[in-house]
Design a protein around this ligand. Structure first.
Ligand code: BTN
Length: 242
């Protein structure tokens, strides 16, 4: 897969939604960016707050054959963000399935949406990275951070975007070639594996054992192993070593 046309907007309600609304007209590889997003959303319909010009707000469309391992796309996107930030000497961890954290605070959220028709699928990979943000909405003040807040330096948003595109192309091609090296990176940078965490919707504390080759979380509940896809569970914000 090659990175295709890049279309930049000053303002959109949501870059993911723009792709969804224009799916037929957009080719695989298209990237949509917006300097300002007025109605960005995350998993489970959560609001994604945006501060004009200060963050990277971006979605990419890939059209591909339907595969059972679509869950790996969130993992390859997470590893692409991690490797991008490493290039700026920023170390992050991945909170499965889609959060990138620094010091336990969220610096980036990823939302992968799949629109399936027959044996093909349009995958929308939405990524929001907090870059030069100096403040956050009251509701997320304790949970969110930005590169600026962590380092006291301002970063060039377009520069980060270009590195991210390179990494996405690299790891998406790995995925297409059934090379799951990126999954080893996501496992090794996971902040959950080996920890106990509370599953909010199941009202259970579980031990996280790993991530399987389809990108699902492997947990142990009362001595029994179970696997979950991202949409099945809500993880609490805190986890602890055992
Ligand atoms: C999450 O944390 O649950 C995922 C957040 C994803 C936010 C990005 S910003 C670009 C794209 N457009 C959206 O409306 N959402 C994603």
């Amino acid at each position: 897969m090659l990175i295709g046309k890049l279309i930049s907007f000053d303002e959109l309600d949501s870059t993911n939604k723009y792709i969804k609304n224009n799916l037929g007209a957009l080719e695989s590889g298209t990237i949509i960016t917006a300097k300002n997003q007025t109605n960005g959303y995350g998993r489970k319909g959560r609001v994604w707050f945006n501060d004009k010009d200060k963050s990277l707000t971006f979605s990419m469309l890939v059209k591909q054959n339907l595969r059972e391992d679509l869950g790996l796309i969130t993992q390859l996107a997470a590893v692409s963000v991690l490797k991008t930030l490493e290039q700026y000497n920023i170390n992050v961890s991945i909170k499965w399935p889609n959060d990138i954290l620094i010091n336990n605070k969220k610096i980036c959220g990823i939302l992968v949406e799949n629109i399936i028709s027959d044996d093909s699928v349009s995958v929308i990979i939405g990524i929001g990275i907090n870059i030069n943000n100096k403040e956050f909405d009251k509701s997320i003040i304790d949970k969110a951070t930005s590169l600026y807040l962590e380092t006291n330096h301002r970063f060039d948003v377009l520069n980060i975007q270009n590195v991210l595109l390179e990494k996405l192309e690299y790891y998406y091609n790995q995925y297409l070639n059934n090379n799951i090296e990126f999954l080893d990176i996501s496992r090794s940078k996971s902040c959950l594996i080996g920890k106990e965490i509370y599953l909010e919707n199941q009202h259970e504390t579980v031990l996280v054992k790993g991530i399987d080759n389809l990108g699902r979380l492997i947990v142990v509940i009362n001595g029994l192993e179970k696997v979950y896809v991202g949409s099945e569970i809500s993880l609490s914000n805190s986890y602890r070593s055992i």
